[in-house]
Design a protein around this ligand. Structure first.
Ligand code: MG
Ligand code: MG
Length: 265
């Protein structure tokens, strides 16, 4: 069942998504070698609640944290822990909020200190692929056009592994609504995009091959070959000539630049 949103609902979704973006920017300002993902998760939760939101992930199907903290070979759905972050790590931070009954959902991958050139490139290309997907999210196109654009840029052009088992999704009053938005697919295939469809587009791209497994905690998705994985996510509205991006990386990228411990493209 697909729920197309009214303009009033879309403005509420924008508020929720901008709170997610502000939360990620706040967390970004605290990332440094020695910080733990548990500390960062607590900062995120306090920030969301101080701003009138409720963490959308905490308690979702039993997930125990405010953020998914996925370090290096973890793709998504990682648990926060007390292991200090270190120079050369990358950490994907994915979070969601509920405010006014509507969910915001966005994610960003950060690089701590000096990282290998090939990892810098993975982050750059994965973020680019998100925007290439968003470019296709216009009325009259199909889901497969978004999927194809992401796969073309990451897998075909750069030889990265595109995770198949996890996808983007509709988002609204619920965190996960129809339709699914895969990061691989064929042009001209799938659901025809209509005005007011709100979807989270979220390429999960591996430096090595596409194979993944679920860790012993039953949540964390990890690459089989142990190579790193990147993840960037925006929630967007399908519109006639150009998608409307509800979340924003502007303040996150500013925090990333201002934080001497973070590498920024
Ligand atoms: Mg997310
Ligand atoms: Mg999502």
């Amino acid at each position: 069942m697909i729920y197309y949103k009214t303009n009033e609902e879309i403005e509420l979704l924008r508020i929720s998504n901008l709170l997610v973006s502000a939360t990620l920017a706040e967390v970004a300002s605290h990332i440094k070698p020695g910080a733990t993902t548990n500390q960062l998760d607590k900062i995120a939760e306090a920030f969301i609640r101080d701003n009138g939101g409720v963490p959308a992930f905490k308690g979702y199907k039993g997930f125990p944290f405010t953020c998914c903290m996925s370090i290096n070979e973890a793709v998504v759905h990682g648990f926060a822990n007390d292991v200090p972050l270190k120079d050369g790590d990358i950490v994907s931070i994915d979070t969601g909020v509920v405010k006014n009954g509507y969910v915001g959902d966005s994610a960003y991958t950060f690089a701590i200190g000096e990282i290998a050139e090939e990892i810098k490139n993975l982050l750059k290309v994965t973020k680019e692929s998100l925007y290439k997907g968003i470019e296709k999210a216009t009325v009259g196109n199909r889901i497969g056009d978004i999927s194809w654009a992401i796969q073309e840029h990451t897998e075909k052009k750069h030889g990265y592994g595109v995770v198949r088992e996890l996808t983007g999704h509709g988002v609204g009053k619920s965190l996960h609504e129809d339709p699914e938005v895969p990061n691989y697919g064929r042009r001209g295939n799938g659901l025809k995009l209509q005005d007011g469809l709100v979807i989270a587009i979220e390429p999960m791209i591996n430096l090595g091959n596409k194979e993944i497994f679920v860790a012993d905690d039953d949540w964390t998705i990890v690459t089989q070959d142990g190579k790193v994985s990147a993840h960037f996510e925006h929630s967007i509205v399908v519109r006639k000539n150009k998608a409307d991006i509800l979340s924003s990386f502007v303040d996150i990228e500013k925090a990333e630049k201002d934080n001497v411990h973070l590498f920024s493209n």
